[in-house]
Design a protein around this ligand. Structure first.
Ligand SMILES: Cc1cc2nc3c(=O)[nH]c(=O)nc-3n(C[C@H](O)[C@H](O)[C@H](O)COP(=O)(O)O)c2cc1C
Length: 273
């Protein structure tokens, strides 16, 4: 958790008040010299969202002791490229049997701090199963648990659906992926009502970013059910006790590429004017 402190470089401050105006919970005020500071109770209310630092055009306000000039200038990917990325994203079910390079995993780790969470808390845990060897252990354990399911088990329906919906696939649960990400939410530090939302937002950002790095990904309901149902599998994900699993996505270097995007025109969408 970033420490909640603001420091203002009085030589740079242009007294514009943008930092005060953009603060969600009115934490800041001008002091007698018109320099922004936490007002009484402001530090306690502060979400540590850093809008005050980010909105300052002069780079006068540092948050948590970080020099604002060391942070990248805000910028967005070109809209057309972004739309094409979204249209190009696919569920990948064919993977090269090699580990994802550790520099790529490091880029993913960097990205995972940025998706929004409801109260800007450190509310999520990500377990990245980073090697094919570890993934193979999870695979073996899963199919061993699955084999042990008989008609009397409450999981028998899951076994039947798996067999009937994905017949003949060698690894129907993980699609042969060499790597996987599991996202879990904090049982104690998540905004009420947002437990199921924060992880899915983070994983959606992950998916698009991973595919932009040349990786394939798969939203995987079957793997999520397996992890939730088989304690032996859950243990291998090494999710700390205070977190609860939300969803898992196998990923890796794809062994398939798609020459074109699909055609889609679906959902009910109404622009209300
Ligand atoms: C919540 C969710 C769960 C999914 N679970 C599985 C799964 O267990 N196995 C699988 O092969 N695909 C799974 N998918 C992928 C969908 O089948 C896929 O998104 C759909 O067929 C469209 O293909 P596309 O993602 O390539 O556009 C899942 C997708 C979502 C969003």
């Amino acid at each position: 958790m970033i420490n909640k402190s603001i420091e203002v470089n009085a030589d740079k401050c242009i007294y514009c008040g943008r930092c005060l105006a953009d603060c969600l919970s009115d934490c800041l005020e001008f002091n007698a010299d018109k320099i922004p500071q936490y007002r009484s109770g402001g530090r306690q209310r502060c979400f540590a969202c850093q809008h005050c630092m980010a909105v300052c055009p002069a780079g006068a306000l540092s948050f948590g002791g970080i020099d604002p000039e060391t942070l990248p200038k805000a910028a967005f990917a070109d809209g057309e490229q972004m739309l094409l990325s979204i249209k190009s994203r696919r569920s990948v079910r064919s993977y090269k049997q090699t580990d994802v390079p550790s520099e790529t995993l490091d880029k993913i780790k960097e990205m995972l701090s940025y998706p929004p969470t409801a109260c800007n808390y450190d509310s999520l845990h990500f377990s990245i199963i980073g090697t094919k060897a570890k993934m193979d252990e999870i695979r073996r354990t899963t199919y061993k648990c699955l084999d042990a399911i008989d008609a009397a088990s409450p999981l028998y329906k899951f076994k039947c659906i798996l067999e009937t919906s994905l017949p003949g696939r060698q690894d129907p649960i993980y699609a042969g992926a060499p790597t996987m990400i599991a996202c879990a939410f904090s049982k104690f530090n998540t905004a009420p009502g947002c437990e199921s939302v924060d992880p899915i937002i983070a994983l959606s950002y992950f998916e698009l970013y991973a595919q932009s790095l040349g990786l394939g990904t798969l939203w995987d309901g079957f793997a999520t059910i397996a992890a939730r149902s088989f304690p032996e599998v859950y243990a291998l994900l090494e999710i700390p006790e205070q977190y609860s699993l939300s969803f898992v996505l196998p990923f890796g270097l794809p062994a398939v590429s798609y020459a074109r995007t699909p055609h889609r025109n679906r959902h009910s969408i109404k622009i209300v004017r």
